[in-house]
Design a protein around this ligand. Structure first.
Ligand code: CA
Length: 225
C-alpha cells in the first residue's frame, strides 16, 4: 500500500512517516501543497494524508484540484484544533475523513486502515481466503491457523494481491503500490517476491492462490472445493 503524506510541520511529518513505514506502507512525503498536488496527480496512491493548513496552496485546494481531475484515492485531512469549519469544508471538498490535531497515532492508523478497507470493499480488517488469513492491523498471516513469517515486502505484495482478489494486478501496478518514490524499483524483484510467497503460503503447491497471467500480471484467487 502506498501513501502520500503532505504536512508542513517537519516534526509531525517525520512522526507520520516513521509510523506509516512501521505499518508496512510505502511512504512518499512532502511539505507543500504544490508538491503534494503534483505527486497526487502523477502517482496511484492507495491513501493520502493532507494537512489543511499548508503554506501556498492549501490542503483543501489540493484536494479540490485532485477531485476535479478524477483522482479518487481516499483522503484523510488533518485540521487544527478549534477550526471546525475546516472539517466541514474538507469533507465537502472531497476528503473522506478528518482528524483534529493533536491526535493519537493509533487513532490515525486505525482510521487510515478503515479508509483503505472501505476503498477495497472489505468490511473487516481480516481478509480470509481458503486456508489463508491476513490481518491488515496486526500484519499477521495465517495458513491453516498457523502464523507464517513474511518479510516486509513479501507482506506488502500479498496484502495488495489479497485486497484486489480476483482482479488482474500487473507487475507495474504492484511495483507502484509497494515502493515509495525514492526507491530504486525493479519489477523483476516482484517475481522473486511472488515466488517466495507461493512457497511460504502454499508449501505443498496445492491451493495455488497466486496465478500468473503471462504478460498481464498476477491474480489472487482461491477456488473452493
Ligand atoms: Ca500546517
Amino acid at each position: 500500500m502506498r501513501i502520500l503524506i503532505i504536512e508542513d510541520e517537519a516534526a509531525l511529518r517525520q512522526q507520520l512517516v516513521t509510523q506509516m513505514k512501521e505499518e508496512s506502507f510505502a511512504v512518499d512525503q512532502c511539505a507543500t501543497g504544490e508538491e503534494g498536488l503534483y505527486l497526487g496527480n502523477e502517482t496511484a496512491y492507495d491513501v493520502v494524508i493532507v494537512d489543511v493548513g499548508l503554506p501556498g496552496i492549501s490542503g483543501l485546494e489540493v484536494i479540490q484540484s485532485w477531485r476535479e481531475k478524477g483522482r479518487v484515492f481516499p483522503v484523510m485531512i488533518l485540521t487544527a484544533r478549534g477550526r471546525w469549519q475546516e472539517k466541514v469544508e474538507g469533507l465537502e471538498t472531497g476528503a473522506d475523513d478528518y482528524l483534529v490535531k493533536p491526535f493519537q497515532m493509533e487513532e490515525l492508523v486505525a482510521r487510515v486502515r478503515a479508509l483503505l478497507r472501505r476503498a477495497s470493499g472489505q468490511a473487516k480488517s481480516i481478509i480470509e481466503a481458503g486456508p489463508l488469513s491476513l490481518n491488515t492491523s496486526s500484519q499477521e498471516v495465517l495458513v491453516d491457523g498457523s502464523p507464517i513469517e513474511l518479510t516486509a515486502y513479501e507482506y506488502k505484495v500479498l496484502e495488495f494481491l489479497m485486497l484486489h482478489a480476483n482482479s488482474v494486478v500487473s507487475k507495474t501496478l504492484l511495483t507502484e503500490h509497494i515502493y515509495a518514490q525514492d526507491f530504486d524499483r525493479d519489477s523483476n524483484v516482484i517475481e522473486v517476491f511472488v515466488g517466495r510467497l507461493r512457497k511460504k503460503i502454499d508449501p505443498k503447491d496445492v491451493i495455488k492462490p497466486i496465478e500468473t497471467l503471462r504478460g498481464r500480471g498476477y491474480r489472487f484467487s482461491i477456488k473452493n472445493g
